[in-house]
Design a protein around this ligand. Structure first.
Ligand SMILES: Cc1cc2nc3c(=O)[nH]c(=O)nc-3n(C[C@H](O)[C@H](O)[C@H](O)COP(=O)(O)OP(=O)(O)OC[C@H]3O[C@@H](n4cnc5c(N)ncnc54)[C@H](O)[C@@H]3O)c2cc1C
Length: 407
């Protein structure tokens, strides 16, 4: 019988199909399209995250000059940022899958049934596929993974343009992680939920300019983001002269964690792996996939029941320490959403003035729990009073996340 059936051919699904194949398991995949279909999103990542994994050859762009603008200051970040060369990485993973003869079925998964020894999924065309373990990598709106219902989902939303402009919209050769300056907005607009510019020089006079809402419930509309991007450009005397591509980005930041005792295992967006306080996930896929694949392979080779294999996989993905950190990040997210524009500016000024290992470890989720706590306390001690007040107010209103993290 097949060992693992991977559902979904986004980055999470392809990476796990490769990693499980390399662990010696019989793997197949299912997606409504061929696994060769290009991934639609643009993926940014800190270059050192790929350096640590020996994967920097999969960057299409790399910026040394990376900055954050807040109202009264520009903060150089002294850390390289890059764009994933998604076509190259996808081809690389497809080649690796070919070496393991990983077959992909075409169809939408509509149903799953479990027995103690295997799971069977049904596709929209009526086909049934059976495996010891089903791994759901169908993204944020997971097809099979179950999670508690909530109506308070906060979304990251962004409207971006790749194109040419009448003059450089940011400094040439630069990457702007966040530009929170809002001098182009009216007083009323400045009281509305803040948005920022995420931008990069792609070379050849082409720039990517994206107006982004870090997290908001309900999601900030694309119309608002588009209008704000044009207001920002207009204020700086810049016009769009060629529009090559428009990116509309919308994904949940605070999906509840899936139940960790369910017989289907999730990975990627389906397993709530997006960093709740930043929206990044790509580095987490690459770092956390191998341990989960190893746990699955070990459990399958030990002839465990399907339920036991699934439990081992969930434990490897969400061990107690990581759950605790996740709850701290959820507390961080609640703070970010509660801050008004002046507080957010002060917060990020303090955050990016921390020692680089502290803010970078926070964003990449590579710190241990004690390191993370120390970094967060450091931030609190260095923050100006309005930010501290905001954080203390959050302890009263969202203290449940701290309780879950520490007790
Ligand atoms: C526009 C955008 C930009 C982003 N930028 C970044 C970034 O810069 N850096 C970063 O780290 N993260 C970023 N993210 C967040 C995150 O990394 C992405 O959402 C990422 O694509 C999630 O990967 P995934 O493989 O889990 O899901 P997806 O990429 O959504 O792939 C899901 C796969 O499952 C398939 N599928 C869905 N339903 C079914 C079904 N019923 N049966 C079979 N197959 C199914 C789909 O066809 C697809 O193949 C971004 C997200 C968006 C939306």
């Amino acid at each position: 019988m097949l060992d693992v059936l991977v559902i979904g051919a986004g980055p999470a699904g392809l990476f796990m199909a490769v990693t499980l194949g390399q662990a010696g398991l019989a793997v197949q995949g299912v997606a409504p399209h061929a696994p060769t279909r290009p991934w639609p999103n643009t993926y940014g990542i800190w270059a050192d995250e790929l350096e640590d994994l020996g994967l920097t050859q999969f960057l299409s762009h790399r910026w040394k000059d990376c900055v954050v603008h807040v109202r009264d200051r520009t903060l150089p970040l002294h850390r390289d940022y890059g764009l994933i060369d998604k076509d190259r990485l996808q081809s690389h993973w497809l080649d690796q899958m070919a070496q393991h003869h990983t077959h992909w079925h075409q169809g939408m998964v509509t149903q799953v049934d479990h027995t103690p020894t295997h799971s069977s999924v049904t596709l929209d065309g009526g086909e049934t596929l059976t495996a010891r373990l089903v791994l759901d990598a169908t993204g944020h709106q997971a097809a099979l993974v179950q999670r508690p219902a909530t109506d308070a989902i906060a979304y990251q939303a962004a409207y971006g343009i790749v194109g040419r402009f009448s003059s450089p919209p940011i400094q040439p050769n630069q990457m702007v992680l966040m530009d929170y300056r809002d001098d182009h907005l009216s007083a009323a607009e400045r009281r509305a939920p803040p948005t920022f510019l995420y931008a990069m020089d792609l070379g050849d006079n082409i720039y990517f300019m994206e107006e982004t809402s870090l997290a908001h419930h309900p999601a900030i509309s694309m119309d608002v983001l588009e209008r704000r991007l044009y207001q920002r450009l207009h204020h700086r005397g810049v016009q769009v002269t060629e529009k090559h591509h428009v990116e509309r980005c919308l994904f949940p930041m605070n999906l509840p964690l899936p139940r960790l005792d369910q017989p289907v295992v999730g990975f990627g967006g389906a397993a709530s792996m997006v960093h709740p306080a930043s929206g990044y996930m790509f580095g987490a896929l690459l770092r956390r996939g191998p341990a989960m694949a190893e746990a699955i392979a070990h459990s399958i080779k030990a002839n465990s029941t399907s339920t036991q294999v699934a439990q081992a996989a969930w434990q490897a993905l969400w061990p107690q320490q990581r759950l605790r950190k996740h709850y701290l990040y959820r507390f961080g997210l609640e703070n970010l959403m509660a801050f008004d524009a002046p507080q957010l500016n002060q917060f990020f000024k303090t955050f990016f003035s921390l020692d680089t290992p502290d803010w970078s470890g926070f964003l990449a989720d590579t710190m241990t729990l004690p390191e993370l706590v120390r970094a967060m306390l450091g931030l609190f001690s260095q923050a100006p009073n309005p930010v501290r007040w905001g954080l203390m107010r959050s302890v009263a209103t969202h203290g449940q996340w701290l309780k879950q993290a520490f007790f």
